[in-house]
Design a protein around this ligand. Sequence first.
Ligand code: HPA
Length: 268
Amino acid sequence: MLKAINEAVSFIREQIKETPETAVILGTGLGKIVDHLSVDCAIDYSTIPHFPVSTVEGHAGRLLSGKLNETRVLVMQGRFHYYEGYSMEEVIFPIRVMKLLGIKTLVVSNAAGGMNPEFEIGDIMVINDHINLMPNPLIGKHATELGERFPDMSQTYDPVLLQKSRDRAKELGITIREGCYVGVTGPTLETPKEYEYLRIIGGDAVGMSTVPEVIAAHQSGIRVFAVSVITDLGVPGKIQKLTHKDVIKAAERTAPKLTSLIIKMVAG
Ligand code: HPA
């Protein structure tokens, strides 16, 4: 596995001038941040050795290197979901590559269903904890170079970045929520009882991504900041029939707010 990671890292290093310290994974419908990025290098996933290829509607498959204001960033435009049939090893492969490239901070965004009855569609929820209901991405052979065999998870979401998000949101006049993201495999959305169950166990929002990448990043010592856009509600009385298009539309409506928050966090 390390050999494959190193081959991908060498390939990317040859193409990008300077290695950024911050990486951003763009979630469903949140690609607009790219409009603010001065891109100096775009690499199709399909050209990177051992990199999986993204297939879901609304996700391009490119790694971008460029500047957000004065801050150099690496952007994953499109990610790999477990429900697409990738193994967990494939889902977290880009995070392994990031680590060996020298990334220190990872910013992740996603679309999620809200179970917290105070939430509304379009809310931004900064993730302060998670519950992993997917297979653990670290199951398998362990490479010491990538971190601990039994990683501590008592403070997975970086407290300094959490505080920074509160401060920046306040400066921008953006209301943010905070809460626990439950990671599920999908691809089915939840039944009403499943939403109820996820609320009872402590979840504020549910989605089909992010947790594997966060676990891999945290294991290897990358600081993590993650945020959900609430695209639908899993709240009794507010559950509506939902399509993937609805999710994308709702995420796109919140995109300008989230984009300004993330730019201010990363490059403000
Ligand atoms: N459930 C799971 N994943 C999701 C949802 C949801 O309600 N909304 C967006 N992604």
